[in-house]
Design a protein around this ligand. Structure first.
Ligand code: ADP
Ligand code: MG
Length: 238
């Protein structure tokens, strides 16, 4: 079953035709990674799905609804950004509760939902702390937790690990893989890092100049790259 469906999605900024036309279907529970060099349109494509950019043409369906004309709040997606902007003066609990409070969810239900997610992410013992009292990895988990409490249809990650040092990056990569297994949630993950793409993805979408060069499993791309660009980018011997 398709959760996200892009049909002839285009995006121009003024005279710049950044995404000439993308067709893409993402299945329920799939972990899809957009990979490509800097400037290839990964973030723009993700932002189009999230509703943070308006399409110039084409249509986007999420969970059977045409969301092309809807804003980000109406798409029931969770965005996890590279700069995990937590509220510095609020506790972890308050950070994770905020979106639910805005949505006027009853207080008791907020408490239950936040504690469930905190347990899932091993944040229970940190609920009453402030962001500055946490390590980088813990803060990242809070940012993910804050996104999860709203039970989104799908998760969008834009280079969420690029601010972290190498060791923490590996640790967080494993965390995200575990999270995907546990939640069975649909995820779109943007990175320019081939290793991250190869280890996380069910399916990789290789972008260059706003055009999908190939989509396939990591093994497909490695063994049967569609062209020289993919071969060189993935590092397979073509
Ligand atoms: P990536 O995430 O793959 O590095 P982006 O999607 O950020 O690439 O950018 C793709 C291209 O679109 C780049 O050439 C970038 O300069 C251009 N671009 C992105 N956002 C804007 C914008 N708001 N206005 C003009 N050009 C933009
Ligand atoms: Mg980007």
């Amino acid at each position: 079953m398709a959760v996200i469906e892009l049909k002839s999605v285009r995006k121009s900024f003024g005279a710049l035709n950044i995404i000439p036309g993308v067709d893409l279907t993402i299945g329920h529970g799939e972990f899809v990674v957009f990979v490509g060099p800097s400037g290839s349109g990964k973030s723009t494509l993700l932002r189009l799905v999230a509703g943070l950019e308006e399409t110039t043409g084409g249509s986007i369906m999420i969970d059977g609804r045409d969301v092309t004309a809807l804003g980000p709040a109406e798409r029931e997606l969770a965005m996890v950004f590279q700069s995990y902007a937590l509220y510095p003066h609020k506790t972890v609990r308050a950070n994770m509760s905020f979106a639910l409070e805005v949505a006027k969810v009853p207080r008791e239900e907020i408490r239950r939902q936040v504690e469930k997610v905190a347990a899932l992410l091993q944040l229970t013992h940190l609920l009453e702390r402030k962001p500055r009292e946490l390590s980088g990895g813990q803060r990242q988990r809070v940012a993910i937790g804050r996104a999860i409490v709203r039970e989104p249809v799908a998760f969008m990650f834009d280079e969420p690990l690029s601010n972290l040092d190498a060791a923490l990056r590996v640790e967080m990569r494993l965390e995200i893989a575990k999270l995907h297994q546990r939640l069975g949630a649909t995820m779109i993950y943007v990175t320019h890092d081939q290793t991250e793409a190869m280890t996380l993805a069910d399916r990789i979408v290789v972008l260059d100049k706003g055009i999908i060069q190939q989509t396939g499993s990591p093994l497909d791309l490695y063994e049967r790259p569609a062209n020289l660009f993919v071969a060189q980018f993935i590092g397979s011997p073509k």
